[in-house]
Design a protein around this ligand. Sequence first.
Ligand code: ASP
Length: 434
Amino acid sequence: MKVAKFGGSSLADSSAVLRVIDIIQSDPSRRVIVVSAPGKRNPDDIKITDQLSNWRTQIHLGHTGNEAMEAVYSRFFEIEKNLGVNIGIHTELLDIEERLKGGASYEYAVSRGEYLNGLLIAEALDFQFKDAADVIRVSNLEPVEHHVFTRPLKMVLKKNNLVIPGFYGQGEDSTIRTFSRGGSDITGALIASALNASEYENWTDVLGMKMVDPRIVPKAVGIPEITFQEMRELSYMGFEVFHEEAMFPVWKSNLPVHIRSTAEPNKLGTLITPNIDRAKRKYDIAGIAGKDGFTSLTFKKRLMNKEVGYVRKLLSVLERHQVSFEHIPGSIDTVSLIVESEKLTAKKDLILEEIDHECSPDSVTESQMAIISIVGIGIVRQVGIAAKIFSALSEAGVNIEMINQGSSELNVIIGVKESDLKKAIKAIYHTFVA
Ligand code: ASP
């Protein structure tokens, strides 16, 4: 049994939904379907989730919110009409309108796109609709531990197939709680692992993942197979194909995730699996990700290596200000803290003052940095990988400001000037993929 989740851009209007219905019906093992709200039909369009949010905000501010409301109504009318179903969408919309006027929460409002799309698609497929609010308990805790009530789902599955709206569930107090944006991926992952599915298919409008951001290398080749750990490294550094938080439930239950495209349903996309056979991989690395927006603070102190607890003192200042660090490269008398600039900005002066007071560094230097992560299982132990990266960067005229390799077996981390980020990524990509 497969759980298949379809993203908003694959469900943006009735013709997209009809394509999805064909995909579902072409494989009888696709028995549990998780749907997003209708997304953008073109780059200038507005997602239904955003329209619902606008609608609520307008009502909240004492306006009619008619423009957003009409956008929501017309999109769902179109889908209902052209799917040839009748779920009483008008009554549903009137009910939502009523509740919004009665002060319904933001999370309730933005969850309605998934709810209505779920009702429509269940009807069109003749599958049973199950409201996510009845089967998923959204946790407030960190790290999150959401819960799926499997009994009602298994009962339905004995006789029928299921459609479940993505993106939300019930909170501790039984009100509607949503996941973070793009969170239908999380719903699919939770349901697939709770039901012990054989595979979690995650359908979007792009064909799986590319080895590097196609905005930087337009013809970047695809990644046919990748491990969870590699995927985590890449998504942490900005790969956006699969929600970062959706990784954990499927990873924990070793359940393969297949990222596929509704535009090219016959192609295979990317399979995320617990393990891969490295020998079968065409290239030495799995992918390259990079982001700018980091600050490197370098502290120098003579005989730092002899001073027990120096780094602890530095880190305890960050801890007090609730700032986490990304990397902490060092040498005998120097240590650098690499922190996301956004997290630091407002508190930087105070943090530096406290460090000055408590750690008395001889000097402090600050620079802005971009970080690139070259990811691939086993690359750290493979002879020649670092040499390839460094000569590619040197040929491209990029200076390496920081290197971090070794603590994890599967990535080499490089710091470069923010203005060199794209040039560096291109150079590294071409040295591995040609
Ligand atoms: N509709 C929600 C969003 O736009 C959730 C999702 O699409 O996964 O973020």
